[in-house]
Design a protein around this ligand. Sequence first.
Ligand code: PEP
Ligand code: MG
Length: 571
Amino acid sequence: MTFELAGIGAAPGIAIATAVVLEPTRMEIPEYGISPAEVEREENRLRLALALAREELLRVREAIPKDAPQDTRLFIDAHLLMLDDPALRERPLRMIREQGRNAAWALHQERERLAEIFQRMEDPYLRAKREDVLQVTDRVLRHLLGAGAPNLAAAERIIVANELSPADTVLLKNGSVLGWVTDFGAATSHSAILARSLGLPAVVGTHLATRLLRSGDQLVVDGDQGTVLVNPDPALLEEYRRAQERRQRRLQLLEEERDLPAVTRDGTAVRLLANIELPEDLEWVQRSSAEGIGLFRSEFLFMNRADSPSEEEQYQAFARVLEGLSGAEVTIRTVDVGADKLLADSDLQLHPGGLNPALGLRGLRLCLRRPDWFRRHLRALLRASALAPVRIMLPMVSTVAEVVQARQMIHQLRQELQAEGHAVARDLPIGIMVEVPAVAMAAHCFTKVADFFSIGTNDLTQYALAVDRGDDDVMALFDPLHVGVLSMIQHTIAAGHAAGIPVTMCGEMAANPRWTPLLLGLGLREFSMFPGAIPEVKASIRRCELKEANALALHALMGDGSLLMEPSDQG
Ligand code: PEP
Ligand code: MG
């Protein structure tokens, strides 16, 4: 049956492929009695399902690309170990025998029992293992129910999930996923940002995807319109294929303009930089015309692993990025975890369920609270600074005192490292993310302690408008064009420039070519975005006349957003 699901377009483009539904908790688990004569057959069905799940995991492991991070393999190995654990089969086998019940029901009972045990664990790392238990047992259940295992080794698939965490999404980098669809989430969540940087069309906030879709359904994910077409008829499918080709041709045309300079029609030069999450993203940066990296979200080095990387491991990761960019400037943001970006490292003692994680121990606040852990991170960063031009950027800054404290730590560590014989760059700018409204309003005070500003419009908009950036229920209110937000952006740019310090924007707003003229009009001259967005933004800059951009910004600051709307928005 053909039908359409509506959601929020989180990453542009069209993906056409079969679905793999990762939320199997909604599988209908039948419960029925079996006769003593059927016991052996039922036991064998369970054993066979376990064996099939095992084979499937081995195939997935083989399909992992050689250059994928070690963690990806460890993740699969952990599931294999769980699957081989006799405890997983013994109880269900006993239930089949002693209670005369079907295998799927017996395994499901065990699934729930184990999930509850893990849920009650105090150690957050062990508690997080609950998800693994669910995933492993669901894999077996799918075989038992003949739902057909998703072919994870298949070349083309679209992931359908309840929600994807940033850690899940980063794992997709290693696969051959073509797109994804979720029940929850919003376009500015970290997972959506990752999808865009991967170039994967994504639709989030459908509310119903995992309930209505089945693995094997053919899907068309339209990340521009925010729709998912399910099992379309051949004519419709053909239409989408043609749209996909048109998009491809447009990207190719832009690619041909790759080496043209980013200057407005009246000759104002603009710096275009790239945002990255992992050293693996370098390939994208090298293919783009980015002049350097404006935001390296270093926290992704800490995800999908049980502990934090050592100083040496962090240093190697930074070195890989710096060496890969042959001398271009790289802005490395110190770890920004907390809120929706959680780590398994129990040493960090993050409280994910804290009163309000987005307003709690996050970013620099957490780092300053865990100085030993932060020191290790900063030492790696300082050592890497000797290799190529680096800027250090502090996230989630609220006060001047926090910046001073971080700078003092960096200063002490520089001396410590030099005493140990390590080289550290002499010129190492230390700047801040401007993403807390009060910091934007007081930007003129922060110029005394920050060597540069980078405006994080994702969080700035979230905090200024009191709208959770990951909650699709309030997404309509998430508006970076709100006069309040625009005024803060303008004030930050003006304060930075008046003090002679560079101002970049690295939030998603910078990646939207529709808003490029407005940002130029507000005075912005440095944009940082996922590499895939650079061609369109550059084209927008090259079409722009600064005089018109200034007028546009003036109108927008007075609350007249009509000039910023597309004809279709105006109805
Ligand atoms: C921002 O908040 O705009 C930003 C760039 O940081 P992140 O999206 O990683 O929170
Ligand atoms: Mg932020």
